[in-house]
Write a protein that binds this ligand. Sequence first.
Ligand SMILES: *Cc1c(COP(=O)(O)O)cnc(C)c1O
Length: 465
Amino acid sequence: MSQVQPGPAPDPVRALLRAAADGAAEYAAGVDARRVAPDPAALAGLAAFDEPLPEVGVDPLATLRLLDGAGGPATVASTGARYFGFVTGGSHPAALGASVLTAAWDQNAALPVMSPVAARLYDVVAGWLVDLLGLPTGTRPVFVSGATVANAACLAAARDAVLAGMGWDVQADGLFGAPPFEVVVGEQAHSTLSKSLGLVGLGRDRVTVVPADDQGRLRADALPRSRGPVLVCAQAGEVNTGAFDPFDAIADWLAERSGWLHVDGAFGLWALADPGRAGLTAGLDRADSWATDGHKWLNVGYDCGIAFTRRTADLHRTFAAVAGYLPAATGPDRFDAMHHTPQSSQRARQFEVWAVLRSLGRAGVADLVTRTCTVAATIADGLRAGGLIVLNDVVLNQVLVRLHDGPTTEALIAAVQADGRIWCGPTRWDGATAMRISVSSWRTDLDDAATAVATVLDCAARLRG
Ligand SMILES: *Cc1c(COP(=O)(O)O)cnc(C)c1O
């Protein structure tokens, strides 16, 4: 008697992931042909999501298709070559590929025992990053969700270290009744630095604010006369101008006191990878800690921040957790991410960082920085020649421009955003609105610079005429 053999079992997971990969590939391949900001029809299409919670589950493949079909057109094409808004990196193919693959792995990078591959690639990428940026021997990175959290992590470790030196144990006793110490920030520190200071209990407003110069650099001659200890928050890359604080002068000033020098280098820290920018970065390696983003200039996906410190034991004091089921101590040969970061469970952000660093190499990262800075300078030259006012010294990847005055610039920004070829946003500078152009994507080249200049000048001509 013949038996009917069952056919091969359908493999819904494979079909779903193939569909996801196809959708991702179509999106990535077509992103440069799109409008940068979604058009009104795409926004109207978001109504497809307005449904009640299904009483019974819907097929994952149909769900994925709805996400792709209605969601994809309503994205901002910030991975394309012509997005100049905020400080927004693109998505390097190496990072995207690693992200798609490792999403299936879903590794928890909290402890080496939870993911040997995450632990090994952490070790590799930690060494590469410190080498690439020329940070002091003994410096270690940890991965967090962004520069805001990287700043907060470093500031928390600094807080605990400074107060330990004053005989106070913050982890045991909190900040109630702790001896006060001075916190110094530059006048043009990033808005999120205040949030980080508030989060770690040092206060958004209880800081000594040092005046800045016309480029937003902290003025070292205006540092306070205080005796210390002091926690100084300096900046590599002012978010409007790209300017760098005078690190040597700040470090010299701090050397006469005790304390901690932290640098917010959310995008600017990558200038350390470009030998041509050594003048800008002088003294930057004299800090105790540095915060940066992977998701901005390095062009890895969201969310990826990196906190570096040469005082790893201070990070451990602040973030170590204790439980019966956790490995007890961190030895020199083993690094537990969860005992050095605000999170416990965490995504293995090192996979994407490793993939990008390996595909670019030292020369490729330097070239990424140089090229985007050249594009920024080219855009600035073109806009200046077209009658706009360039407000900053274009020392990095940021260009700050104004057309006539603040209100005219607001109209210009609205026109540029509606045009759709490029996207730039507003900021306030010197009491009036300015337009900010940030060149942070690996894809952006001199042709895109020409498109950016042509778009802005077309819009300006329409406003004038
Ligand atoms: C973007 C930025 C931040 C905040 O970074 P997130 O990754 O958004 O948390 C902090 N400081 C500076 C200078 C920045 O440019």
